[in-house]
Design a protein around this ligand. Structure first.
Ligand SMILES: [Zn+2]
Length: 349
């Protein structure tokens, strides 16, 4: 049995269409009226978009229903599905907490409410009854003002019991005008001891080498091996890891075929750059993590040896995995060698 780690999953895109449709049927008459039939909703929700911006619009639909009041409902179902259908042992959930606050409040009240949101997400993750190690990554957002993004970094640093890292999201083509500001935010985050990842080099319009020195992991980053492979040695030396989310590139029109990722993996392996395979928006795509692996294999984008290396890299680069080794080692010890530190394997009934 393989247990997986997913390092890149958005809370907004994590709700599978069936759960969201049922939520609308129960609690949102307007959406329920717009989509009385499930299949109609599923095809609207999961269909490919033409651009990354168009695709990100869908997040606003989910953000609008993920309020402090409803978050435990969605998180419970997220972890239940992740444990039962995906064999996840570790999950980093990322989101922009400011966008889950009450939009009727003024900015400073919304910033204050972010702390409540983070605690709610953290407690709901712990109470879910499924043995998955979780951590939150807070996303600063390219369309939010500096003051709010800095407050997001502060909240991340103030609540280490719930938050394991910081990210920048919102569409990488929008960074260009504010690049100095974003560099400043990452410098600040590092000065507060935060672990960092960032959506960058996802699309051809999102290549900003200026941000790379501040990132421990690179959210997507596929345009580096595709367009600037000369940078890979530097990434390897810095121990940076790419978070590759295969289905996303098909849904956003970034790639036409999943096989195009073969060159991404081959160049990274050759240069010694670790890659973790992630879902990004498993609900929105209706594709769970084990199927991301399987799809890559069946399309010959990776082989089994590379697949296993990616699985191990995910645990090695996890910001909040509490063990030195991946769970396969722990399981092997418990199942085959009968480690005396573990519970007895055969219960005496
Ligand atoms: Zn993402």
């Amino acid at each position: 049995m393989t247990l997986h780690a997913d390092l890149h999953r958005h809370l907004g895109g994590s709700v599978v269409p069936r759960i969201l449709w049922r939520y609308f049927q129960r609690h949102n008459p307007e959406m329920a009226g717009r989509f009385p039939e499930y299949l109609e909703f599923e095809s609207f929700y999961t269909r490919p978009r033409n651009t990354l911006d168009e695709y990100l619009e869908l997040h606003t639909l989910v953000e609008s229903v993920q309020t402090p009041h409803t978050l435990p409902y969605f998180i419970y179902r997220l972890l239940r599905g992740a444990y039962i259908f995906e064999n996840l042992a570790y999950l980093e959930i990322r989101y922009t907490p400011y966008l889950r606050t009450d939009a009727r409040l003024d900015r400073s009240a919304r910033i204050e409410q972010m702390y409540e949101v983070i605690r709610i997400v953290g407690e709901a993750s712990r109470e879910a009854d499924y043995p998955i190690v979780t951590g939150q990554i807070l996303c600063m957002h390219s369309r939010l003002p500096f003051e709010v993004n800095k407050a997001i970094a502060d909240a991340a640093a103030d609540l280490p019991e719930y938050v394991c890292g910081i990210d920048m999201a919102g569409g990488d083509s929008h960074y260009a005008d504010r690049l100095d500001e974003i560099v400043g935010l990452y410098q600040y985050a590092r000065s507060r001891g935060l672990k960092t990842t960032g959506h960058v080099y996802e699309t051809a319009d999102g290549c900003y080498p200026e941000l790379l020195p501040y990132l421990m992991r690179i959210g997507h980053g596929i345009q580096i091996p595709l367009r600037e492979p000369e940078r890979l040695r530097e990434l390897a030396a810095a121990g940076q890891c790419l978070e590759v989310c295969p289905t996303t590139y098909l849904k956003t029109g970034t790639l036409e075929n999943i096989y195009e990722l073969k060159v991404v993996f081959d160049r990274c392996f050759e240069a010694g750059v670790d890659t973790a395979i992630c879902t990004d928006n498993a609900g929105l795509h209706n594709v769970r993590l084990p199927f991301e692996y399987e799809n890559l294999l069946t399309c010959d984008a990776i082989d089994f040896r590379q697949l296993q290396a990616c699985q191990e890299a995910a645990f090695r680069h996890a910001f909040a995995w509490p063990h030195v080794r991946p769970p396969s080692t722990l399981l092997e010890r418990a199942l085959q060698n009968g480690d005396p530190q573990q519970e007895p394997l055969l219960a005496t009934y």
